[in-house]
Design a protein. Structure first.
Length: 130
């Protein structure tokens, strides 16, 4: 299982990658949207952890572009965002986010294991975890 972590904060990026590796996943990381799209095209991840707020384009646009590319269209995308409003969740669903998590509320990345190991189609865009 190959996870792409897209997070511009170097410490959070490192933490998410380390946690995923401890759970047995291979990881790649990117700190911006354009870099992430290149990494995704080159390495075809099985799962994407995506920050909403990125320096060069927001996570919603990254997700739209991942959904538009044939090689990443079906890859589950878990968006990490501090925004918990209904409009953010609705926008995330519309652009194809599989699950939204708030890093402000403690969560265990064990939430990834059953979702990551199951079929990408088993993660529905209307699922949110706040």
């Amino acid at each position: 299982m190959h996870v792409l972590v897209i997070e511009d904060d170097p410490e959070i990026n490192h933490l998410l990658c380390a946690y995923a590796q401890l759970a047995g996943f291979d990881t790649d990381s990117a700190s911006g949207g354009l870099d992430a799209l290149k990494v995704a095209a080159d390495h075809r991840p099985d799962l994407v952890l995506l920050d909403l707020m990125l320096p060069d384009m927001d996570g919603m646009e990254v997700c739209r572009r991942l959904r538009a590319a044939p090689t990443t269209a079906a890859v589950p995308v878990i968006m990490l965002t501090a925004r918990t409003g209904e409009s953010t969740r609705q926008q995330a669903r519309q652009c194809g986010v599989s699950v939204s998590l708030s890093p402000l509320i403690p969560f265990s990345l064990s939430i990834l294991s059953p979702r990551a190991s199951s079929s990408p189609r088993s993660i529905h865009p209307d699922q949110t975890a706040y």
